[in-house]
Design a protein around this ligand. Sequence first.
Ligand SMILES: Cc1ncc(COP(=O)(O)O)c(C=O)c1O
Length: 370
Amino acid sequence: MELTAIDLARKLFRAEFVDVRPIAGVTANLVIYTAFTEPGDTVMALSIPNGGHISYAPKRIGGTAGRVRGLNVEYVPFDEEDLNIDVDKTKKKVEDLEEEGKKPKMIVFGGSVILFPHPVKELADFLKAHDVFILYDGAHVLGLIGGDEFQDPLREGADAITGSTHKTLPGPQGGVVLSWNRYADEIKRATFPGNVSNHHLHHVAGKAIVFAEMLAYGRAYSQQVVRNAEKLAEELYTRGLHVLGERHGFTRSHQVLVDVSGNGGGGLVEKKLEESNIIVNRNLLPYDIRLGRSYKNPGGIRLGVQELTRLGMGESEMVEVADLITAVILKGDRSTQVAERVAELRGKHQRVQYSFNDLPEAYEYIKIRS
Ligand SMILES: Cc1ncc(COP(=O)(O)O)c(C=O)c1O
């Protein structure tokens, strides 16, 4: 079963080496830290307000890289206008850190908020010349990568990709590492026995199925995910919400980021939407900390359309979703009214799409290998 899952993932991601044993995205990151860093080393990654994740945050905020692996985390410079990594400032920071005797061992691309492809290609030669290991954390965009709809980090110069198997890759909760044969032994040794001693075989079976489903339907699914995100962003924007990323067409991923600081803040909006049956994530925005906001009631909300898309929703449903969201945020409609409309919309979409929906189809997935 494990070998089948590996075969399918290698094909889906065009990866020489795959480890399907990490039981979560955080575990997959720990595997890479274990294999390619030592405690005390410096790594570079995005801060949380700029889209980074707690698994590569510093010790003082309880981040996995800092607190668990003992790494010194330095932040990757971020351009708040472009909502992306600043290439020139990143190069400068690598050189400055080297001069200070804190040469970065690794850089982490990817993130929890990632609207546009990160500049892996633009930085890869420079980073390789400085002997920096390039990790791409594809936790969120792994399905889009598999569906050829976002970016192709391995071909752009990444040494490894880590990811969750349950976000845009619509599988069971779990993790995965994709890399090159030259790193296979180090990664395998770092996974077992130190970070995973029992690799939850039932998840591995689920991973095999989702890799096969993505080989069969991943391209169509990913294309629809991105079209839906673009449509939702546009519809929210034209209804008067402050959607970020306008300069670049709002989004190229599954996510939409909205500044709701003028509507009560992310904490309040998240709660009001939840009362109306709409689940979103309150989110720090790049400038929030500077403006004195905290994660409890940050300036933003983050929306993801991957689940709605898997239930078969397309652009016309995104218009309806935008209506529902703005009814709560801008018009202050009563939660019960909106909640009923949400339940009605959801009720019309009961079947999971882009998937093997009957047994023969599921059992024949093995044919995809040949
Ligand atoms: C960028 C990023 N990396 C890693 C993770 C951790 O993933 P998991 O929940 O699979 O441990 C997350 C979770 O949201 C994430 O956003």
